[in-house]
Design a protein around this ligand. Structure first.
Ligand SMILES: N[C@@H](CCC(=O)N[C@@H](CS)C(=O)NCC(=O)O)C(=O)O
Length: 205
């Protein structure tokens, strides 16, 4: 049985929970209270010195970085439906996983952290920067979904779980992109029960 250190509102935790649930893998979900600074406590830093969630523990193996965890689970359980190994699908999946971490994720953090969770202490320049970045990135995501149901073809993969966890996080700030390709893709992703379970209460209705 896996131990997952997570927090329900964490976009990076939610993608891992979505895969664990969708694939029916056994795990114990240990909530680290981010709102009370639990991620900075010495006992958690001993597990993940980056003071970030999620972390997956599998016996002696401890893994941080949510996308690395997704790949690990797929490889360990041979989840080829979530991580197909034909070269074209794999190339698309790796591209979107890295794009999410390098391009999309920081823009989402700029917007949601500063608009919602930091409230009046939020950094206004970061919010502006985040919205400017999203104005560039949403059309790129939309174009990536042209003529296909999911990012790597017509089946959902870990790339969809990962990117959709960022995009649905934007709902906290009422900043979800409105491009039809993205809206329709979100509807498809949210019909996956494992993913739907991870949605913040606001979006789960
Ligand atoms: N690249 C990391 C990012 C994880 C991350 O930023 N987690 C947030 C919660 S969504 C966090 O723990 N933030 C606290 C901090 O950075 O100190 C991943 O993909 O797992």
């Amino acid at each position: 049985m896996y131990t997952l250190y997570s927090y329900p509102v964490s976009q990076h935790s939610r993608r891992v929970i979505a895969l664990l649930e969708a694939a029916g893998l056994d795990y114990e979900n240990r909530h680290v209270a981010m709102d009370k600074g639990g991620f900075m406590k010495p006992e958690y830093l001993a597990i993940n010195p980056n003071h970030q969630l999620p972390t997956l523990v599998d016996g002696n193996i401890k893994i941080h970085e949510s996308n690395a965890i997704l790949r690990y689970l797929c490889l360990k359980h041979d989840l080829k439906e979530w991580y197909p190994d034909d070269l074209a699908s794999r190339a698309a999946i790796e591209q979107w996983l890295d794009w999410g971490q390098c391009r999309l994720g920081p823009a989402v953090v700029d917007i949601v952290l500063n608009t919602v969770f930091m409230a009046e202490n939020g950094d206004k320049a970061a919010i502006k920067r985040g919205h400017e970045k999203m104005a560039e990135l949403a059309p790129i995501l939309s174009a990536g979904l042209e003529n296909r149901d999911f990012l790597a073809g017509n089946q959902p993969t870990i790339a969809d779980l990962s990117i959709a966890s960022n995009i649905t996080h934007l709902d906290w700030a009422d900043a979800t992109p409105t491009e039809p390709n993205i809206t329709n893709w979100l509807t498809r992703i949210c019909s996956i029960e494992g993913f739907r379970k991870t949605l913040p209460q606001k979006q789960a209705a």
